[in-house]
Each structure stands twice: as C-alpha cells, then as structure tokens.
Design a protein around this ligand. Structure first.
Ligand code: GDP
Ligand code: MG
Length: 168
C-alpha cells in the first residue's frame, strides 16, 4: 500500500516540523519566520507495510496582491487535488484569519478524508483550553479524526501515523 498525504495550514503552525518528525529526516526547512517553505516539498515515509508520500505545503496566504503570495497559494492548492488524506494543521492556542482562510478551502476537499491535527499541545498547561476551538471546528467541517499532537516533541505522532496508514 502506498498513499499521498497533504499537510495544509497557515504559516507557522508546524507543518514542516511535523513532516520532518514523521519521516525522520530534515528535508523541509523549519523556521520562526513565516514563508520559509516556498515550494512544495515531498518526503517519503517507508514502513514495512506501506509507503506514504507527504506534500508539505507552503503556508496559504490571505493577501492575494503579491505575485509570490499567489504562486504560493497555487502550490498549496495543487497539493490538495489528488491526495488520499489531508492533514489540516492548527495551533492549539492561536487561531487567526489565516486559519479561517485555510478552513474555507476545505470545502473543496470533497470526499477526501481530512484529519484535524491540533499542534503545539506542549504549550497548553490545561488541555481543556483547546475544547472551544475543537467545538468550533467540528461545526465547520466533518473531520475524519481529530488528533492533538506536539510535532516538536513527538507527542502522539504514532497515533497520527497509524490514522494515516489506516486510510490509505
Ligand atoms: P510551518 O510554517 O507550518 O511549516 O511551521 P514550522 O514547522 O516551520 O514551525 C514554526 C515554528 O513552530 C518553529 O519555530 C517550530 O519549532 C515551532 N513548532 C512546531 N511544532 C511545535 C510544537 O509541537 N510545539 C512547539 N512549542 N513549537 C512548535
Ligand atoms: Mg513550512
């Protein structure tokens, strides 16, 4: 079995960190600065039972004026067509209009299962603090699964990996 997974989300939610951790290699540049990832970067996770090809997307931007932003949006959207699973990644304690914009794009996902990946849970002292966000998001899209993770610390990434594999 083999499949393609797209990781989407606004800049800085931790998409590149997640892909690097899952495939165990530093193939995608991470940074505190937004827009470090300018092109789509693929990584391949090889397991005994399957291979998963990841498409880490550049952050999807709301400002459409500049040509760079437009090109980055197109790269991000083309990652969405033709994938087996979409990971929609959000920051557990920061929601802004960038997230709102990416969420609106999920309407185009059609039948593709979307896993809501709630990242940076290591930052939350009280895990219940993310419940209002989860309630809100569940009302906006029918997510296949909701998985809280720490991409940086590796928390729950085994659960996420298993969820991906089971949908290929
Ligand atoms: P991207 O723009 O979505 O690809 O985000 P990056 O992977 O480049 O990460 C942006 C910033 O968030 C970096 O400084 C990461 O170290 C940090 N980061 C990513 N995942 C986590 C996490 O699980 N916990 C914390 N505390 N920081 C994280
Ligand atoms: Mg990135």
């Amino acid at each position: 079995r083999c499949g393609l997974v797209a990781i989407i989300g606004r800049p800085n939610v931790g998409k590149s960190t997640l892909m690097n951790h899952l495939i165990g290699q530093k193939v995608s540049i991470t940074s505190r600065k937004p827009q470090t990832t300018r092109h789509r970067i693929h990584g391949i996770l090889t397991r005994d039972d399957c291979q998963i090809v990841f498409a880490d997307t550049p952050g999807i931007h709301t400002g459409q004026q500049r040509a760079l932003n437009r090109a980055m949006n197109e790269a991000a959207m083309s990652a969405l067509s033709d994938v087996d699973v979409i990971c929609f990644m959000v920051d557990s304690d920061k929601w802004n209009e960038g997230d709102e914009h990416v969420l609106s794009l999920l309407a185009r996902a059609g039948d593709i299962p979307v896993i809501l990946v709630v990242n940076k849970v290591d930052r939350l002292d009280d895990k219940a603090a993310m419940l209002p966000l989860l309630d809100k998001l569940n009302q906006r899209h029918d997510f296949a699964e909701v998985i809280p993770v720490s991409a940086l610390g590796g928390h729950n990434l085994d659960v996420l990996e298993q969820a991906l594999v089971s949908r290929l």
